[in-house]
Design a protein around this ligand. Sequence first.
Ligand code: PLP
Length: 290
Amino acid sequence: MTLGSLAVTGNAFKRSGAGLPLSYSDSMPYCHYFGPEVDTIEYLDRLISDQGSGVDLPAGVIVETIQAEGGINVAEREWLLGLQALCRKYDMLLIIDDIQVGCGRTGSFFSFDDMGLDPDIICLSKSISGYGLPLAITLIKPEHDIWEPGEHNGTFRGHNLAFVTAKRALELFWSNERLQKQVEAKADLVGKALRRICNKFPHARGRVKGRGLLQGIEFEHAELATTASRIAFGKGLIIETSGPESQVLKLLPPLTISEQDLKKGLEIIEHSVGEAIAELGISPKQAASG
Ligand SMILES: *Cc1c(COP(=O)(O)O)cnc(C)c1O
C-alpha cells in the first residue's frame, strides 16, 4: 500500500497501482533466475563492487526465502547464505520477508530455521495472529532499532484482539514440536499427491514446486492453473494461482487442517486438473507437437 512497499514488489499489476514511478530500490535476479548455470550472487557482487556499474551501494537487501506470489520459487540454502555473506561484506542489512512462508508454513517457525541465516530484520504477518485477524510485526535487531515507540504508526495499528490471539497461538503451537511435525507429515502427503497428479496427466507438463504446506504445480500450459482453480471453486475448494503468468496452482491450506479435509481437497484438485485439461482440449498428441 505504501510507495516504499510497492517499490519492492515484482508484480507489475500491483506496481501500476502506485500511479508514480517507484524509486529507492532496484530489483536483482533471484536464485536460478537465469537457470541453474548462472550464479546471481556473483552478478550482484560485481554490480555492487564496480564503481562504474551504475548501481549504488544499497542500505539493505529484502528477500523472500520462497517467492510465493512470484510462483513458488524456492531459493537454495547456499544462495541465501551467499546473499548473507554479501550483506556482511558490504555492510548491508539482510531483511527477510517471511510473511507468507514463515509462522510454520514450511514446518519450522521461520522458513529459514537451521539454514545458518541471521537476518537483521524479519517481516511477519498473515498467520502471525493465529486467527485470521489483521496483525503484522517487524522484528528488528536492537542495534538497528532507532525508532521511538509509536513513531511509525497509524490509527488501526496495534490491534489488541489480534495481539491476544497471536500470543495464544504462539503458546499453543510453538511451545512444543507437535505442529511442526504435523505440518511436515501433511507436506509429505501434499507432495506425493501433487506428483501423482503430474504423473497421471503427463501432457499437462506439470512440475511440483515448493516446501512444506506451500506447494503447487507449475504448468507449462499456463491457462491450466487458472482453469483448474475455477473448476475447483465450483467443487467447493478455494485454491489460488501465482506466478507472473498465473501458471502455478498454489496450495496454501491451514496448517491445522485435518488429514481428512486435506485428502478431500487434494482429490478435488486432481479432478479439477483433469477437467481443465479436457476443457482446454489439451491432448497428449498436441503436447507432443509442442
Ligand atoms: C501478503 C504479503 C505481504 C503483505 O503483507 P501485509 O501485512 O499486508 O503488509 C508482504 N510480503 C509477502 C511475501 C506477502 O505474502
